[in-house]
Design a protein around this ligand. Sequence first.
Ligand SMILES: NC(=O)c1ccc[n+]([C@@H]2O[C@H](COP(=O)([O-])OP(=O)(O)OC[C@H]3O[C@@H](n4cnc5c(N)ncnc54)[C@H](O)[C@@H]3O)[C@@H](O)[C@H]2O)c1
Length: 260
Amino acid sequence: MSTRGVAVITGGASGIGEATAKRLAADGFAVAIADVNEPAGMAAAAAIGGGARFYACDVADAASVDAAAARVEKEMGPARVLVTSAGIIPNTEGVMDMDMEAHDRMWAVNYKGTVHCARAFARQMIPHKTGAIVTLGSINSRLPLPIPAYNMGKAAIERLTQILAVELGRHGIRVNSVGPTYVMTPPLRARVQSGQRDLNKIMAVHALDRLPEPADIADGIAFLCSEAARSITGVLLPIDAGFLAAVSYRTYAGGMPWKE
Ligand SMILES: NC(=O)c1ccc[n+]([C@@H]2O[C@H](COP(=O)([O-])OP(=O)(O)OC[C@H]3O[C@@H](n4cnc5c(N)ncnc54)[C@H](O)[C@@H]3O)[C@@H](O)[C@H]2O)c1
């Protein structure tokens, strides 16, 4: 029985979004999964049960987002929470030879998709003077990595989150971001398997000897959506097993102050 209102999770058919949908349903939200992948989205909603529903939606297309938002409001009620986890993850490339069509698609889904969803669902929160939005940033929001369109898009999402936090704060809506490091979801697993990402290198640049699971990111998102975070807005919470702290430290030229 959902008592906390409607939580919309874009990209909820897979990975971090799917784990978040599960977690927010367990926390008492009525969950709406908005995703372009209909079979996976339907399966995820069915697995959650308890009134969770799937809405077909391409976040890159503002009209598709607006139509899904209208259906959610009509069938489930106004959004109380929005998590923007829909996104695509690229292969390594340089600015000098990146494919500009792929560049534009990356921005359309990851960045503009976040804008479209924030606009459509914040409109449902404003009359109720309450709401929480969590965007998907990344360690890429903070440091340059050789996946330029994705990297710069994630930096833009952190700034967008701050701007929205100020714009929507007067309506009682909090807007925050999470910044995961590498998380073993289908796109990363495929790239580790194809040799596009080196798991040993990944493991060597974290403070902790573990990578976050999708459920670890969901826990951070659930916190930011909760009453416990009532005074937190405009922040990016790294959930990165210490990547941002360790990446410069571990590459220090004088070696580590312990025996490896
Ligand atoms: N996995 C990681 O290492 C990692 C690290 C940091 C940030 N992130 C971010 O987390 C988010 C989720 O990534 P994930 O690893 O769970 O990936 P995933 O591929 O498992 O899930 C992404 C979901 O988004 C959906 N999607 C893609 N394009 C869409 C569109 N145009 N409209 C609607 N839905 C669309 C996909 O169908 C999929 O269900 C992304 O924003 C990603 O950038 C992931």
